[in-house]
Design a protein around this ligand. Structure first.
Ligand code: SF4
Length: 344
């Protein structure tokens, strides 16, 4: 069986599809200026392009198109049980982008969306309006939950908008998770103690095999170090751990490389979590047949596919002690299957 889909570096946005209703939005105008050599096609609604039947995710991944649209309805969604709210009772993720610049073989977006193209909702000011009524108490928003917003920051400017908004909202905490090396896109902002920048890390062999179009491990670590030096709270995430050929050496070596490069005392947390996905997304991933990750004989419990309990325990029992060589227990967070019990 092939390990993964062929690596591809996407050609960036040869076509911009723009909803007529947002043609005059300031964000749209800014983006059009940046892509002055792209073909612009005016459409009525993003679904005309994004939801077209019989699209090929694999083909589109190599030449993604950008769709600018207005989000109708909710920008904010309750935090999902597949993710960690870091102790916050009120936890949302914001959905201002559909699709991702990157192309990870294990990504559930392939099972979620009919298209590999990217939809950018330019009316982010409405997300802030929707959030305001919740900010009477401490609230966490993951701004990059099912995409990588920092990867497209030069284009979207949305992370900057979130940082500006958060600086005026004392109860708002942000988590901005990324695989990008793009800290410079936001380094003109003052660090905010309520904002955590989180880098997802994988062994370079896993990056090469499964995380197409993403920056190398060393570039991600360099960006994390830049953020630490600038005074930001930084979280490192080895999540998802892919249990694959070479796990026993690749992941312990990753932890060693990480803490040879980054000062363990300066990070907020290291999180460890093994691959998990809803059963329906996994079915869709299998249909695409792009990677061996989809075909592992997972256990399914509460509609979630995870590694069998013995493998999951083995992953944690291998990586926890490695991490604890560098970090106190309080700085290590692990995702465990207990969190999959139905929430009562
Ligand atoms: S970076 Fe995250 S959101 Fe983007 S393709 Fe990879 S797993 Fe999916």
């Amino acid at each position: 069986m092939k390990h993964s889909s062929p690596s591809c570096t996407p050609r960036l946005f040869s076509h911009l599809y723009i909803e007529k209703a947002v043609l005059d939005h300031p964000q749209t105008r800014r983006i059009i200026e940046k892509f002055d050599r792209s073909n612009i096609i005016v459409i009525g609604h993003y679904k005309e392009v994004f939801n077209r039947p019989s699209q090929s995710f694999a083909t589109q991944s190599g030449a993604k198109k950008l769709i600018l649209a207005r989000r109708e309805g909710k920008f904010l969604h309750e935090g999902s049980r597949y993710s960690d709210g870091f102790g916050h009772r009120r936890f949302f993720y914001a959905s201002s982008l559909m699709g991702c610049l990157y192309d990870c073989d294990y990504c559930y977006l392939q099972g979620l969306y009919p298209s590999a193209n990217t939809v950018l909702f330019v009316n982010l000011e409405e997300a802030f309006e929707q959030l305001l009524p919740h900010l009477s108490e401490e609230t966490l928003v993951a701004t990059s939950y099912d995409t990588d917003t920092l990867a497209v920051e030069a284009l979207s400017g949305q992370t900057s908008q979130w940082l500006n908004f958060a600086s005026a909202q004392p109860n708002l905490h942000l988590e901005i998770r990324t695989k990008s090396a793009n800290f410079r896109a936001i380094d003109d902002h003052l660090p905010n103690p309520r904002v955590t920048l989180a880098w997802t890390l994988s062994p370079q062999e896993i990056v090469d095999r499964y995380e197409h179009g993403t920056p190398s491990l060393s570039h991600r670590l360099k960006a994390a170090n830049e953020a630490i030096r600038a005074g930001w709270k930084v979280r490192l995430c080895i999540d998802p751990v892919i249990y694959t050929d070479g796990f026993e050496t690749l992941y312990p070596a990753l932890i060693e490389t990480v803490f040879q490069t980054v000062d363990a005392e300066k990070i907020e947390h290291l999180t460890l979590g093994s691959f998990r996905m809803s059963q329906s997304h996994l079915r869709a991933l299998k249909k695409l047949g792009r990677s061996d990750v989809a075909f592992y004989p997972y256990d399914v419990r509460s509609d979630t596919a995870t590694y069998p309990e013995a493998i999951e325990r083995h992953i944690l029992e291998t990586l926890r002690p490695e991490a604890l060589r560098y970090l106190p227990e309080a700085k290590l967070r692990t995702w465990e299957r207990l969190s999959l019990e139905p929430i009562s």
